[in-house]
Write a protein that binds this ligand. Structure first.
Ligand code: PLP
Length: 354
């Protein structure tokens, strides 16, 4: 399929790189293509960034048939622009699409479209340390029909947003509490899919956490309310007895690409890693016995997010003395080093754009 390009005739003023707020500013162009039951994907195009025309009866607005992805483009010191494991994002998008009963996209074609778009808007990739261009591919059901069934029309889009360093003043520990009231997902549901509905279901808990001064909540499984799952947009890792443990993927956890990369790099380094079920009781016991020593989250936005405090009911678990754990720092340095091209890429994760 050919991709047509309609360049903007009114390029926007670029925002001040020193004051970028996540997801507020968008580049000059976006990628769009349409799907229709009878003809499949068609009309692949790069057009000026701007509002969409949608019927108010569009399925996505009522029944949330929607999927999305998140990744970044990085500017290297020698002036190249590169992506981190983008094939994984399009593979995951198709898994999400399958679950939401939405059409699949051609993953290689989507990557070509993404590269073309990023190259066209390459001047928008920030220069400063830790800054990047956030990439948001997403798909929405657009059939104008209030009938509650799968749509017969969809749009796939990619939009780009320059973002500042996640940690403005260096890597910083966050505090979390274990959520015992609400649940995010259950096995058999949509927890493993990147879809807006999962986020809608978690906003309330997120707001309540913010009210009492916590960054995020740590979700438990929705059935037994016993096993650790993940944080809002991050997977989680625990160091117990010197072993690195992360909850296994059971269908209710989002399979993070940063999670996968952390596991692969740890194995590459020869560290003991285990993917298994981990109960909050086991964690508390290990903490009391001095065996649970470090915790961190992993996700595209923060890369590695050290956890300084984990609260469960009235039990406060202080980790790494409330500072940045040794392994958290090592992983953060390695992954960001690879992403910005400051370190070698031993596992072949980087895809050059230009
Ligand atoms: C996107 C996401 C993550 C992190 O995935 P990455 O691919 O590492 O960015 C974790 N949990 C949820 C719920 C997410 O939506």
């Amino acid at each position: 399929m050919e991709i047509t390009i309609q360049r903007t005739t009114a390029p926007k003023q670029k925002p001040d790189e020193n004051h970028l707020i996540f997801g507020h500013e968008f580049t000059d162009h976006m990628f769009v293509m349409d799907w229709d039951k009878d003809i499949g994907w068609h009309d692949a195009r790069i057009v000026p960034y701007g509002p969409l025309e949608l019927s108010p009866a569009s399925n996505c607005l009522h029944y949330s048939q929607e999927t999305f992805e998140g990744l970044k483009a990085y500017r290297t010191a020698d002036g190249h622009i590169q992506l981190f494991r983008p094939q994984e994002n399009f593979k995951r998008l198709n898994n999400s699409n399958d679950r939401l009963s939405m059409p699949r996209i051609d993953e290689d074609f989507a990557l070509e479209a993404l590269k073309m778009l990023v190259e066209l808007d390459k001047d928008w990739v920030p220069y400063g340390d830790g800054r990047s261009l956030y990439i948001r591919p997403f798909m929405i059901a657009t059939e104008p029909n209030l009938g509650a069934h799968s749509s017969t029309q969809y749009k796939f889009l990619i939009i780009l947003s320059p973002v500042g360093a996640y940690y403005a003043s260096g890597l910083n520990p966050v505090n979390l509490y274990v959520e015992t009231n609400y649940v995010r997902a259950v096995r058999g549901g949509t927890g493993f899919a990147k879809t807006g509905g999962n986020y809608a279901a978690s906003m309330k808990a997120q707001d309540e956490a913010a009210e009492v001064g916590f960054s995020q909540v740590l979700w438990l499984d929705g059935v037994e309310r016993k096993y650790i799952e993940e944080v809002g947009a991050m997977n989680v890792f625990f160091v117990i007895d010197g072993e690195i443990v992360t909850p296994s993927l059971q269908g209710s956890i989002l399979p993070g690409i940063t999670r996968k990369s952390v596991i692969e790099i740890l194995k590459h380094w020869g560290y003991p890693v285990s993917e298994r079920r981990l109960s909050v009781e086991e964690l508390v016991k290990a903490y009391d016995e001095g065996r649970f020593t470090e915790m961190f989250g992993s996700g595209t936005a923060a890369v590695i997010s050290p956890v300084g405090l984990l609260r469960y009911g009235d039990k406060d678990m202080v980790l790494s003395g409330g500072t940045i754990g040794e392994l958290s720092q090592k992983l953060y340095d390695e992954l960001t080093g690879i992403q910005w091209g400051k370190r070698p890429d031993p596992l072949g994760w980087i895809v050059k754009v230009c």
